[in-house]
Design a protein around this ligand. Structure first.
Ligand SMILES: NC(=O)c1ccc[n+]([C@@H]2O[C@H](COP(=O)([O-])OP(=O)(O)OC[C@H]3O[C@@H](n4cnc5c(N)ncnc54)[C@H](O)[C@@H]3O)[C@@H](O)[C@H]2O)c1
Length: 334
């Protein structure tokens, strides 16, 4: 059979097994992918948001991308966010990633995407934390919003060698933050419930935001101290004055200053992008240094190239380990 006629499906359990063992490799892969993006060896158009009049809180986002590294790869993540799923209950986010062969254009694999999306987000946040915080040690980590993305971030940090004295978790749904702390304690960490975001943040070295806030609710420019590093994964928690008080690092300036993110609001307020100090690519390549005189905030919009890079890695491992189901007659023969 011609390679282009092969079509693989890789399901959630096979992906979970691969991701649980591959975190160090994925961290390196994400670092390399950011460098390729920095070197303009990627094509990463704007994400396309499909929204619905009769379901205003729901959306499905398309993130197509091409990555020209050691191998030329392309594909798309198609990720749904249906917040009302929590009442069923089902996860808010669900996704697939499709990979395309760049010789023929043929799609050759479809992978369960929510885990890939979560792990690339976690790897990106972990990498930024390492670069901005200079090392892998935190006396206290504050977690605001205790859903699957927050879990993915803290689990990724712990699996890649971070030493954390204590976690403090806050969520609008107290039971979620408590369950989050329970699972961290079961895994051997110290973790405490915090009854407000402010309580969690005060005294923390590292602050992780993974809420679903649609607009800023923390406005005090004195919220953070210079010894704090902030992973603003959910992008819309911080008021303009908080953003302007800090060193700001994004994954991609064009992407991140859109869709009413906090940094987008800061651009609208100031009429300039001068408050953005650089990208994670600048940090990795040494062109930007962390500023120790003020808090450092990383705001990652989330690049499709990361999903494609991680999906390709997962697909290769799944094929090698027998975890991919091949559909031989998916395409019609010529
Ligand atoms: N930047 C990226 O690359 C990237 C990638 C994936 C997900 N995300 C974002 O990460 C966020 C979390 O994703 P998830 O799948 O864990 O979502 P989720 O809905 O499963 O969990 C979010 C949690 O945040 C809590 N929350 C909402 N508003 C809050 C507030 N103001 N204060 C405290 N807690 C609050 C909710 O109660 C919920 O428990 C989402 O906003 C998602 O869009 C970003």
């Amino acid at each position: 059979m011609e390679p282009r006629q092969r079509f693989d499906v890789v399901g959630g359990p096979a992906i979970a097994a691969i991701l649980s063992k591959g975190k160090h490799q994925i961290l390196e892969l994400v670092r390399e992918t950011y460098l390729l993006h920095h070197a303009a060896r990627t094509t990463n158009p704007d994400s396309y948001f499909l929204r619905f009049d009769d379901k205003p809180t729901a959306r499905i986002i398309a993130l197509p991308a091409r990555l020209r590294g050691a191998e030329d790869i392309a594909g798309i993540k198609w990720i749904a966010s249906f917040p009302e799923n929590k009442d069923i209950p089902l996860p808010r986010a669900s996704a697939v990633v499709v990979l395309n062969d760049m010789a023929t254009g043929f799609p050759y694999a479809c992978l369960e995407g929510s885990q890939i999306s979560a792990v690339r987000t976690a790897a990106s946040a972990t990498l930024a934390a390492e670069l901005l915080h200079r090392g892998k040690q935190a006396g206290r980590v504050a977690v605001i919003g205790a859903g699957p993305i927050a879990s993915a971030v803290v689990n990724f940090m712990l699996a890649t060698g971070w030493s954390v004295g204590q976690f403090q978790a806050h969520d609008l749904i107290g039971a979620r933050a408590r369950a989050f702390c329970d699972s961290l304690r079961e895994a051997g960490s110290r973790a405490e419930f915090a009854d407000s975001a402010k309580h969690a943040i005060d005294g923390a070295d590292l602050v992780v935001f993974a809420t679903t806030a649609a607009r800023p609710y923390l406005e005090d420019p004195a919220l953070f101290t210079p010894d704090q590093t902030v992973l603003h994964v959910s992008l819309r928690d911080l008021g303009v004055d908080v953003i302007l008080s800090a060193q700001n690092v994004v994954d991609d300036v064009e992407h991140c200053l859109k869709a009413q993110t906090s940094v987008h609001l800061a651009e609208q307020t100031t009429g300039s992008r001068d408050f953005v100090n650089g990208t994670i690519g600048d940090l990795i390549s040494g062109r930007l240094q962390p500023d120790q005189r003020r808090a450092r905030i990383f705001s990652p919009f989330g690049l499709g190239v990361l999903d494609i890079a991680v999906a390709r890695f997962v697909h290769e491992k799944a094929v090698a380990s027998g975890g991919a189901a091949t559909i031989d007659d998916f395409f019609v023969s010529a």
